[in-house]
Design a protein around this ligand. Structure first.
Ligand code: SF4
Length: 217
């Protein structure tokens, strides 16, 4: 029988498994940090997340979009939104692009709570900021690539990221250190400036989105 010699590292999980574990652990720590502040504000985690998703979205968002971002049902999202409306933190208005549809907006009080929630994760921001700049760019690039892979599983909610934006012009300057371009501000767009959640984002067509994410993956 062909017996393989054992090494001290035989039981080590694959790198991919350890990446997932590390991300999950970071997610747990971030959730706990957010939980502390949202509890002090009298909010449950879903309500806190909704306030953050509505922040800087001056045109408002639809309930179905919120449900997709939260990966929960439209009915549960609707309950959370109703609670936020009754607390005076969210208001409903007619959607700009469809008079029959409803868009959700933060009230001024909701803006204040969302800003305070934003500070809940400043400890993590400080930790990421302590890494050398080149490592931060490397990490951001790796996370974009992982998101690109996850997009293929259709389990990842759509993002207001450069790679799905109609203003994003990939590889406009091939072979250059900064190959991409943002048509909105009409300037080259370095990887270190790629947005994950841009207030000016306008979705491009699904084929271009797929092409952009795939070229990045
Ligand atoms: S910076 Fe904003 S507007 Fe420009 S490409 Fe990225 S998402 Fe679009």
């Amino acid at each position: 029988m062909d017996i393989q010699p054992e090494t001290p590292w035989d039981g080590t999980p694959d790198i991919s498994a350890r990446i997932v574990t590390a991300i999950a652990r970071i997610g747990t720590v971030l959730r706990a940090g957010m939980w502390e502040v949202s509890t002090a504000e009298g909010l449950n985690p879903a309500q806190a997340e909704i306030l953050q998703l509505l922040q800087h979205r001056t045109r408002g968002v639809r309930l179905t979009w919120l449900a997709r971002q939260l990966s929960i049902s439209a009915a549960s999202t609707s309950d959370s939104v109703a609670a936020l409306v009754s607390k005076g933190l969210v208001r409903k208005a007619r959607a700009d692009d469809d008079g029959r549809a409803t868009a959700l907006h933060l009230t001024p009080a909701g803006e204040g709570v969302a800003a305070r929630l934003g500070h809940a994760l400043s400890f993590a921001d400080t930790a990421a900021g302590a890494l050398p700049q080149a490592q931060q760019v490397q990490l951001l690039t790796g996370l974009f690539k992982l998101i690109a892979q996850l997009q293929k599983t259709e389990r990842f909610p759509e993002l207001r990221a450069c790679l799905s934006c109609r203003h994003f012009e990939p590889n406009k300057y091939p072979g250059q250190p900064v190959p991409h371009h943002c048509g909105l501000v009409d300037a080259p767009l370095p990887i270190s400036f790629l947005r994950i959640d841009c207030a000016e984002h306008e979705p491009t067509d699904p084929a271009s989105q797929r092409r952009n994410w795939e070229s990045f993956a």
